[in-house]
Design a protein around this ligand. Structure first.
Ligand code: SF4
Ligand code: SF4
Length: 318
């Protein structure tokens, strides 16, 4: 006989029962989700952008260069949500830490599909319709570290996930704003070629957990929130801390009861002390655990046993 166990053969342990019940609750609370994630349209652009779905091999005519009459027009009043990886790249580029970048170059905002707090790139002017602080006459002064939304432009990205599918599906759409002369150019490229030229894959990899969380919350928002509740103020604050300020999250991990609560091995602990991307991955896993009860971070055995005992006592068990 192998070590495999059929579910009918043996009773579940209390831990397995609790996990199975949580899994069923999570499944019941989710719906299909479709979220427009990145579309760097100007805030003053007239009318909504109508997404036309583009496959990786679809070609589109576009070229941006200094000779266009609209040079730098798209860097005024742009709607640029900064992803966690954008914040790390821009901070390193400027030789500052994320807290200073947030203070100097961003404004707080709400990501509407999910209702979660995010940081957007600050545009000049009281109405936010002025120039981006990184724009100079020659173009973008942080070009090789520009945010993901700027890299995608003039494409937008939609993430789509069906309730019963384990994986989400992304597709692009073309953003055609009236002021952008790049669409009148004859040069064409496929979506895949454009993505490769813009080097977006690294950003998508680092941001993966963050996008997963926003997707799930967007899905729950349409259903009234997880189990009928919206995330608490504290949960929103934790989300903002992890996604915008790795230094603050690192202090949270090493200077509170975090390591007494979660089972993080020595090698991982050594890595997150010095590796911001590794810390972000832990942060997203932790948020998935806190927000959705996903088994992405293991609780220490004594903490887990205490939680199960409290749950059983609350349910009238022994
Ligand atoms: S970061 Fe660069 S590309 Fe993006 S809006 Fe600012 S100046 Fe333009
Ligand atoms: S062509 Fe489009 S992307 Fe290029 S500068 Fe003009 S508005 Fe911006």
């Amino acid at each position: 006989m192998t070590g495999d166990r059929k579910q009918d053969d043996l009773p579940l342990s209390p831990e397995e029962e609790a996990e199975a019940a949580q899994h069923a609750q999570r499944q019941a609370a989710e719906g299909d989700a479709s979220m427009k994630m990145f579309a760097g349209v100007r805030a003053q652009a007239a009318g909504p952008v109508t997404p036309v779905r583009l496959a990786p091999d679809d070609r589109f005519a576009f070229r941006c260069h200094r000779g266009v009459a609209c040079w730098n027009a798209c860097c005024h009043g742009a709607d640029v949500t900064l992803t966690p990886h954008d914040i790390l790249r821009l901070s390193r580029r400027l030789g500052i830490r994320p807290a200073e970048l947030l203070e100097r170059h961003t404004v707080p905002a709400v990501h509407e599909p999910s209702d979660m707090p995010v940081a957007k790139l600050k545009m000049a002017g009281e109405d936010g319709k002025g120039a981006c602080g990184f724009m100079v006459a020659e173009g973008c002064s942080v070009y090789s570290d520009r945010p993901l939304t700027c890299r995608y432009y003039p494409l937008g990205l939609v993430s789509h996930k069906l309730k019963d599918s384990p994986a989400k599906e992304d597709f692009h759409f073309l953003v055609k704003e009236a002021h952008c002369q790049g669409h009148a150019e004859t040069a064409t490229q496929s979506v895949a070629e454009f993505r490769s030229e813009q080097a977006v894959a690294e950003y998508e990899e680092v941001n993966r957990g963050w996008v997963d969380i926003l997707m799930k919350l967007a899905s729950w928002k349409t259903l009234g929130g997880p189990m009928g509740k919206t995330p608490s103020i504290q949960a929103r604050q934790m989300f903002f801390m992890v996604s915008t300020d790795v230094d603050r999250f690192r202090r949270f991990v090493f200077e509170t009861r975090f390591l007494a609560t979660y089972d993080i091995d020595r090698a991982a602990m050594a890595q997150i002390k010095v590796d911001d991307e590794a810390l972000l991955r832990l942060g997203f896993d932790w948020l998935k655990n806190v927000l959705f009860n996903e088994p992405t971070v293991a609780l220490k055995r004594d903490v887990l046993q205490g939680a199960v005992a409290r749950a059983r006592a609350g349910a009238g068990g022994v």
